[in-house]
Design a protein around this ligand. Structure first.
Ligand code: G3P
Length: 214
């Protein structure tokens, strides 16, 4: 499973990249707004740090507007993936962009038919939001299972990008369910390698080692 950082914060992206475990980045309008910087400049800076896919989202809700924004975003760097909302106008835009060779990530997916339709239309990635489903008492992880089964049944190449992951257990569950990618906030990413027994065990090894007379 690939690990993406779900943030537009450059410091977090640089810290993650330094660990060598970040395969890509996803942003959204809320995450970009938190940074208070010029959108395109910021996305360009992220693409300089991360060579893998960097998702940048359009804010138009009509096909023409989405196409205009998408083509401009795609010019920023070769690793840009244009994020489109999963609405009829977004699917129209997706088909046209796929024909132009522009990669897309269809976002705000909450049920399996949305995932099936965007795969049929040629999406590069689809982003089911698991945490937000859990928030309203639905089975977020079950959606990954359903999408995985549908994509495998028909051999779709669209990657399943598990999004809205809130804690490390979500990452484990998404990996077990066969998500191709998990995107997570830096706070979750930074816990992926943790286990208290690893910390305690290492401390013990090192203190025992110091007792050895050499
Ligand atoms: O970027 C999309 C998604 O990961 C958002 O997560 O925590 O705002 O539901 P969240």
């Amino acid at each position: 499973m690939k690990f993406f950082l779900d943030t537009a914060n450059l410091d977090e992206i640089k810290a993650g990249a330094a660990l060598g475990m970040v395969d890509g980045v996803t942003t959204n309008p809320s995450l970009v707004a938190k940074e208070g910087k010029d959108f395109r400049t910021l996305v360009g800076q992220i693409c300089e740090v991360i060579s893998g896919p960097v998702s940048a989202e359009v804010v138009s809700t009509d096909c023409e507007g989405m196409l205009k924004e998408a083509r401009e975003l795609a010019k920023i760097a070769p690793n840009i993936v244009v994020k489109l909302p999963t609405i009829p106008e977004g699917v129209k835009a997706l088909k046209i962009l796929a024909g132009e060779g522009i990669r897309t990530n269809l976002t705000l997916i909450f049920q399996p038919l949305q995932a099936l339709i965007v795969a049929k239309a040629g999406a590069t990635m689809c982003s089911p939001f698991l945490g937000r489903l859990d928030d309203i008492g639905h089975d977020g992880m079950g959606l990954i299972d359903e999408i995985r089964t549908i994509y495998d049944n028909y051999g779709f190449a669209t990657e399943v990008l598990a999004a809205s992951l809130r804690h490390p257990l979500h990452v484990v569950q998404a990996a077990k369910a066969g998500a191709d990618i998990g995107t997570m906030p830096y706070g979750v990413f930074s816990k992926l390698l943790d286990h208290p027994l690893t910390t305690i065990g290492l401390e013990r090894f090192l203190s025992d080692w110091k007792k050895l007379k050499q």
